[in-house]
Design a protein around this ligand. Structure first.
Ligand SMILES: [Zn+2]
Ligand SMILES: [Zn+2]
Length: 126
């Protein structure tokens, strides 16, 4: 097997699936959404023959985009990694990314200084 076309297609496959695994890992981990399962999926696709891996990759990406939790990613106030805005704890450093109001006990954005629900300024620090 010294055919250059063989090595070329093998290289493309490795780069595309590698980039896909890195992207899925980062995005799924930021959303705390089965990141291990999604990161190993491109490894299985690597063993598909012909162009099956490419069709599989497109299918997996569309499936992931349809299934992943909706919402934007914001920077964690502690480790600066991107975190899905519905999470109360950062999936990377495990510290809280939201404050809690000590008066009405609802969650409050990290950058808030007064509770948007009851206007109290008694918020948790960490
Ligand atoms: Zn963090
Ligand atoms: Zn409140």
């Amino acid at each position: 097997m010294t055919n250059p076309a063989f090595w070329f297609s093998w290289g493309i496959k490795l780069i595309v699936l590698g980039a896909m695994a890195v992207w899925l890992y980062r995005d799924a981990r930021s959303r705390d959404y089965h990141w291990l399962m999604w990161t190993v999926t491109p490894v299985f696709l690597f063993f598909f023959s012909g162009l099956g891996w490419l069709l599989g990759a497109i299918f997996v990406l569309l499936l992931y985009l349809g299934l992943r939790p909706r919402g934007s990613l914001n920077g964690c106030p502690h480790c600066k990694k991107r975190v899905h805005d519905e999470l109360a704890f950062c999936p990377f450093c495990r510290r809280s990314v939201k404050r809690e109001c000590l008066r009405c006990h609802r969650t409050v954005p990290w950058e808030a200084t007064v509770c948007p629900h009851c206007r109290s300024n008694a918020l948790t620090d960490s």
